[in-house]
Design a binder for this molecule. Structure first.
Ligand SMILES: C[S@@+](CC[C@H](N)C(=O)[O-])C[C@H]1O[C@@H](n2cnc3c(N)ncnc32)[C@H](O)[C@@H]1O
Length: 238
């Protein structure tokens, strides 16, 4: 069975347009600064080679796109794709401030239908995006389609702690997220949505199956901060 986010795509797009200005700050607040640490660990594990061609799907304000651009070096290229113009505008500013315009192309597009031919990229990444798309299986198939043989698909996403006590604390904390958003940036509804998609997203074990169903092999994952987030990695063997 396919994992679907029942909120219409146009609603998700306008929601991200509305929160774009506060997104980076809220990310740090909600994850208690942990997302920066997770991103560093992920990049270390990925060991991206200079000269690589990568696509960062659902790139948002560009944190992963920028980290990839640094890793691929001047001989590489990174595409950052997202459907929210406001998120892309912030990404554009951050890419320029980092001096990486020469190796980053930001594209407005739909993760469900990547506008690229088969077998193009060395690496396709998606960070905190998979739980927001209408069909996560389709997006994983699309990411697998556009990487070449031996290419890799990587996903960093919120996950579910398995320890029952940690799970209780995690749920209680996540219930506070919309309230924190109301108090800090006056965006209760938007962060209720993000809290709900986090709670509804699949377990790390189920996401392994979804990677395999998309045609990826050697699928592995590691969890961060007692299972609050998980990093999945798979390889395409054509
Ligand atoms: C939670 S943000 C993650 C942003 C960024 N990857 C990060 O790591 O911070 C999710 C992003 O996915 C984008 N998104 C959601 N559904 C999409 C779709 N179907 N096609 C393209 N982008 C989508 C949203 O616009 C938003 O920028």
């Amino acid at each position: 069975m396919s994992l679907t986010n029942k909120t219409p795509e146009t609603k998700v797009e306008s929601l991200f347009d509305q929160i774009a200005d506060n997104y980076d700050g809220m990310n740090s607040l909600i994850s208690l600064g942990n997302h920066k640490h997770w991103r560093k660990l992920v990049m270390k594990q990925l060991n991206v080679q200079p000269g690589s061609f990568a696509i960062d799907v659902c790139c948002g304000t560009g944190d992963w796109t920028i980290a990839l651009a640094r890793a691929v070096g001047p001989s590489g290229q990174v595409i950052g794709l997202d459907f929210s113009e406001e998120m892309l505008k912030i990404a554009e500013k951050k890419v320029a401030a980092a001096g990486l315009r020469d190796r980053v192309t930001l594209v407005k597009g739909d993760a469900m239908h990547l506008p690229y031919d088969d077998n193009q990229f060395d690496l396709a990444t998606i960070g905190f995006g998979l739980r927001n798309v209408p069909d996560a299986d389709q997006v994983l198939h699309e990411m697998t389609r556009v990487i070449h043989d031996q290419g890799r698909v990587a996903c960093l996403e919120t996950s579910k702690p398995t320890n029952p006590i940690i799970k209780l604390g995690w749920r209680a904390y996540f219930n506070l997220v919309p309230i924190m958003a109301k108090l800090t940036v006056n965006k209760y509804q938007e962060y209720s949505y993000l809290q709900r998609t986090t709670a509804e997203f699949v377990s790390a074990a189920k996401l392994v199956e979804m990677f395999q169903n998309a045609g990826l092999t050697d699928v592995s994952y590691r969890q961060f901060t007692f299972g609050a987030a998980a990093f999945h990695l798979g390889t395409k063997h054509a």
